[in-house]
Design a protein around this ligand. Sequence first.
Ligand SMILES: [Zn+2]
Length: 256
Amino acid sequence: MRHPAYGLLRPVTETASVLLCNNPGLMTLDGTNTWVLRGKGSDEMVLVDPGPEDDEHVAKIAELGAIPLVLISHRHDDHTGAIDKIVERTGAVVRAVGSGFLRGLGGPLTDGEVIDAAGLKILVMATPGHTADSLSFVLDDAVLTADTVLGRGTTVIDSEDGALGEYLESLKRLQGLGHRTVLPGHGPDLDDLEAVTAMYLAHREQRLDQVRGALRALGDDATTRQIVEHVYTDVDENLWDYAEWSVQAQLDYLRS
Ligand SMILES: [Zn+2]
């Protein structure tokens, strides 16, 4: 089975399978990946990111079996919208960084914590940048990178609480985990986290160089839109509003 496999639980590694929600879009690529983790011999599962509030997706999740624990990668609605419907159907405890997403008595997730569940040890790694609360979840052979590393394209730095400096540090942290499989929040899984993070870092450096060049050409008081039109000529114009977020993040970074 290959990505995208809507509505089917698609095995990716020995312990991780994905249920892709049918919510494709500019920001969600083919849709939100809900990850289902289960250690060998375990009859329980850990769910990572319930996805948006989508009744068909919720019904598919509820059919999977015993889900005592749900982990949240970050606050965005395309990952969290289904929380209450999933809790209603499964009785799962929900753990996240932000208190608004906690359900049951599991408490907030903390950087460096190792979760022992469904026959697995899952390391929680803070990887802020896309949003302030972004986490990755590290398994022996794979890393769930959520929106920090996507299956294709690049990540947006959220204008509300994202930060490029933090994002670059998070990419370096992930790079240090070596050649593990990338299980992203959107898009297909990828073979090699170290190679993908190296590519992301090079891409960000290239964009920063281009923004520096645009500021030289347009002047320091250039607007984000002017810089987008100067730099993002290789990107679909439909994405230019989001590119403005990225440029703002780059300007914040360069000025800090
Ligand atoms: Zn997101």
